[in-house]
Design a protein around this ligand. Structure first.
Ligand code: HPA
Ligand code: MG
Length: 219
């Protein structure tokens, strides 16, 4: 059940769901191998993640929710929607600011290179805040480790990371975020904000890309 891994675990032999039973945009029909996580399930999981985040929140300091663009934008919106609901219903609440950053990796190989934060407010603004970093997917984990290293000198009160997905891969640095939606097989996933060469962000469900899809949209 994935209890010790703190999230829903999708096993390697999970066959997924046939795209023919889902509403996939016509222009992407042949690019999807199978549906891995239907959007409804992702939203249900997000609802629970928001609750977990809310109940461990320190309300004495303002929260700064930081969205890692571009992939995180849909998850960020859905997660913050849930957090706002919880905050409105609760006696505990705190100020919640938002920021949007993009990370640029200068790679020699895949993701071991330097990471630069582009966009967003001055990182000095994280001082004294409870930071909640919201990411779409943790792959090797190295980009997030670098981002955390860069943020710490700016003295946030605390830092938590919520990622919708984590990939089960041999390339992993071992890094695991505080809140994880799903652990998924080492396959290339698209949809719900996740792209392949900037395509597929506009697909609701999280799907595994087909070989023909990779060819069609190769850079
Ligand atoms: N899909 C989209 N973006 C990604 C992935 C993936 O599987 N892994 C790392 N970035
Ligand atoms: Mg990302």
């Amino acid at each position: 059940m994935g209890d010790e891994r703190g999230c829903i675990v999708v096993e390697d032999d999970f066959p997924g769901y046939s795209p023919k039973y889902f509403n996939i945009p016509r222009h992407y029909e042949s690019d999807v191998e199978y549906v891995l996580l239907p959007r409804g399930l992702v939203i249900d999981r997000t609802e629970r993640m928001a609750k977990d985040i809310f109940y461990e929140m320190d309300f004495s300091k303002p929260l700064l929710a930081m969205c890692v663009l571009k992939g995180g934008y849909i998850f960020f919106n859905d997660l913050l929607h849930q957090l706002r609901q919880l905050s409105a219903q609760s006696n505990n609440s705190c100020q919640m600011g938002i920021d949007f950053i993009r990370l640029k990796s200068y790679q020699n190989d895949q993701s071991s290179g330097e990471v630069k934060v582009i966009g967003g407010d001055d990182l000095k603004k994280v001082e004294g805040k409870n930071l909640l970093i919201v990411e779409d997917i943790i792959d090797t984990g190295r980009t997030m480790e670098k981002l955390l290293e860069m943020l710490k000198p700016h003295k946030p009160n605390s830092i938590k990371v919520a990622s919708m997905l984590i990939k089960r891969t041999e390339r992993s640095s071992g890094y695991r975020p505080d809140h994880i939606g799903f652990e998924v097989p080492d396959k290339f996933v698209i949809g719900y904000g996740l792209d392949y060469n900037e395509y597929f962000r506009d697909m609701g469900h999280i799907c595994v890309i087909s070989e023909s899809g990779k060819k069609k949209y190769s850079a």
